[in-house]
Design a protein around this ligand. Structure first.
Ligand code: NA7
Length: 543
């Protein structure tokens, strides 16, 4: 289903305008936040740096870009009619289809008139005397608002590595997260892809279909399970829709990562070798991220995880013809400690004669040159470079804004040793500032859509409460925040998630403090948020 009606975005807001709320970012989070603020009867505007809405799905247009969460679950649930009327075409939706859906939502709820595009907010300062946020745009305008809500996304600040000579390359350069809207034709070209995370794994088979030669520069190999993507049948879709309420509920109440199914409870540590093999094979055939749910202890028990890792390593060996290439593609880290990838034809692509894997472990990239790069002693030449080098995750987009709270304290200074939030929603010293899926909340370790909706619901209920009770300020308490940060770490350290150099820890960005950022366990998190409200906004000060 496609939505073609274009709504009208507003003309630039006049400098000096005062509003009830300002939202930064027009992805899934910003759109729903605006919807809820309007329901409260508040004046609000969303500012978006891009020339269109969609956030992550506006920017990530590389070949093969798809969601790794099944389409039927990766959608809003706040409006049951919307939920019923939208039809997804495939098990895993493509980027264009998801963007189409976002545009449909914006039109359906007439959200565009309050979304200003092409506008980057570069400063947000709290005015203590008035209890209001003063926001400044890159084009020099200033506005004020009682509430400032960051809907800036977890994977929105592209990471271009600081490789010497990076500006010298005379050919075409692309980052997967900043892909040209008109697309790129690699036909007959020699192409380099740097990186082998999810974006690379999705795009490499398609780039290989066009390129005359493809060089993949790999620093760390990743595990990947097949997507087994397919068209969604009418019956399958109808049956999911008929059970939407109950299925969504499972995500909130039972599944640790917010998925719409029951998590298995049986343990790998209690299974025989034969049973494990059978179970992994069954999950391999189902495909997708749910592989990590084959047993309840895969992310808790090292030996259990090792058996799943071994299964996946064997699968790489069975897909790749050249044993040396297969060995180089074989990961050694704990499965799931770096995000598990979901692919279509990825490993088999290395069987094509024009696709070459370059293992950077042995010889890192020394420099980019005018027509290629040098890794170790070897000189490579190509016409285009694709940087599939990921993002400054979870805090990168916030760090680009000059955020100052009470007494002029900079958020960047406060978070210098790692982000400090209460529930991932707020930070002490920064009243009336909310983060949607901020660090310290389940966010990237869940299906993002229910996580976003849960946060937006919490924030709007909180604002409604402040309005009704005549209060003008809410601020997280330092002690509640520190206890929460400690708890986030404790929970993570009881699992195998923090053991690799992943972007969950900021380890992909040189100099970024190594702190595990997402909170593990969606249902317990949701319950905690309920309790906080039930106990009169426990851990917050309202005035
Ligand atoms: P990822 O998963 O962060 O992957 C980035 C890849 O780029 C990864 O293989 C990195 O290797 C590699 N990388 C980063 N910097 C360099 C340098 N300097 N040299 C060589 N290789 C480098 O980003 P994606 O965009 O693929 O996926 C992000 C998320 O989006 C994904 O998890 C899904 O949730 C959707 P490393 O592993 O750091 O050694």
């Amino acid at each position: 289903m496609s939505s073609t009606r274009e709504g009208q975005h507003p003309t630039p807001l006049a400098t000096g305008t005062s509003l009830n709320a300002i939202v930064i970012g027009a992805g899934f989070a910003g759109l729903y936040m605006l919807y809820r603020l309007r329901k409260l009867g508040l004046s609000a505007r969303v500012f978006e740096a891009g020339s269109g809405i969609g956030g992550t799905w506006f920017w990530n247009r590389y070949p093969g870009a798809r969601c790794d969460i099944p389409s039927m679950e990766y959608s809003y649930q706040f409006d049951q009619q919307l939920e019923q009327e939208w039809e997804w075409s495939e098990r895993y939706a493509t980027q264009p289809e998801i963007l189409d859906y976002i545009n449909h939502v914006a039109n359906r709820f007439n959200l565009r008139p309050d979304i200003e595009l092409n506008t980057r907010i570069q400063a947000a300062h709290f005015d203590e005397t008035q209890s209001r946020w003063k926001l400044g745009t890159a084009d020099g305008r200033e506005f004020s608002a009682r509430y400032c809500i960051m809907a800036t996304g977890c994977l929105s600040s592209a990471n271009l590595p600081a490789i010497p000579g990076i500006d010298r390359f005379a050919g075409e350069s692309y980052h997967t997260g900043r892909w040209p809207h008109e697309g790129v034709d690699f036909s007959g070209k020699r192409v380099a892809v740097i990186g082998t995370g999810s974006s690379a794994i999705q795009s490499i088979p398609l780039i290989a279909d066009q390129a005359s030669e493809l060089y993949v520069f790999q620093r760390t190999p990743n595990y990947s399970v097949p997507a087994h993507n397919r068209p969604l049948g009418d019956e399958e879709q109808a049956s999911f829709k008929a059970n939407y309420r109950a299925l969504r509920e499972l995500g909130f109440k039972e599944h640790p990562f917010g998925f719409a199914h029951r998590m298995r409870q049986d343990l790998c540590s209690e299974a025989t070798a034969e049973q494990r093999q059978q179970r992994y094979q069954e999950y391999w055939e189902r495909g997708g991220l749910q592989f990590l749910g084959a047993y309840a202890d895969l992310m808790l028990d090292k030996d259990a995880n090792a058996s799943a890792a071994e299964f996946l390593r064997q699968k790489i060996a069975s897909q790749v013809d050249d044993p040396e290439v297969a060995a180089a593609l074989t990961p050694r880290q704990v499965v799931g400690s770096k995000r598990l990838c979901v692919d279509t034809r990825y490993f088999a692509t290395y069987n094509r004669p024009h696709v070459h894997l370059v293992d950077l472990k042995a010889a890192p990239i020394a420099q980019i040159t005018e027509d290629g790069l040098i890794a170790g002693e070897t000189v490579y030449q190509f016409d285009a470079i694709v940087y599939a080098t990921g993002f400054d995750a979870m805090t990168g987009a916030l760090a680009r804004i000059d955020i100052r709270g009470r007494q002029g304290q900079k958020l960047a200074d406060k978070w210098a040793a790692g982000p400090r939030t209460y529930l991932g929603l707020a930070s002490a010293g920064f009243p009336n500032l909310f983060f949607i899926t901020g660090p310290g909340s389940p966010s990237v370790l869940t299906n993002m859509l229910p996580s976003i909706e849960q946060h937006v619901n919490w924030i709007s209920d909180c604002i409604a409460h402040l309005q009704e009770s005549g209060k003008t300020r809410i601020e997280a308490d330092e002690t509640a925040q520190e206890t929460w940060v400690e708890h986030v770490n404790e929970v993570a350290n009881a699992t195998l998630f923090p053991v690799a150099n992943s972007w969950y820890l900021g380890a992909n960005i040189p100099g970024k403090p190594r702190v595990f950022m997402p909170y593990i366990g969606f249902p317990s998190y949701v319950e905690k948020c309920h309790q906080v409200v039930a106990n009169g906004y426990e851990g917050f000060s309202l005035s």
